[in-house]
Design a protein around this ligand. Structure first.
Ligand SMILES: [Zn+2]
Length: 69
């Protein structure tokens, strides 16, 4: 039986890596932030987009992706 904790951690690592890579690409290209969270699809508040240049996830997902629980 698979350990769901391991699976979740593995999926998180993949998502985090993809997010970081996309973030780096985006930052290098324009420094613009995404309008919609690439993780959950929710709109990213303008305040966050301005406060975190190049971000492409909402605050909630950023916390999830950073491993803060
Ligand atoms: Zn999100």
């Amino acid at each position: 039986m698979a350990d769901t904790g391991d699976l979740a951690a593995e999926r998180e690592a993949v998502i985090r890596e993809a997010a970081l890579a996309a973030s780096r690409r985006r930052r290098n290209a324009t420094g613009d932030s995404a309008y919609f969270c690439r993780s959950c699809g929710e709109r990213i508040p303008d305040g966050r987009r301005e406060a975190v240049p190049g971000t492409n996830v909402c605050g909630f997902c950023a916390r999830q992706l950073s491993g803060t629980k």
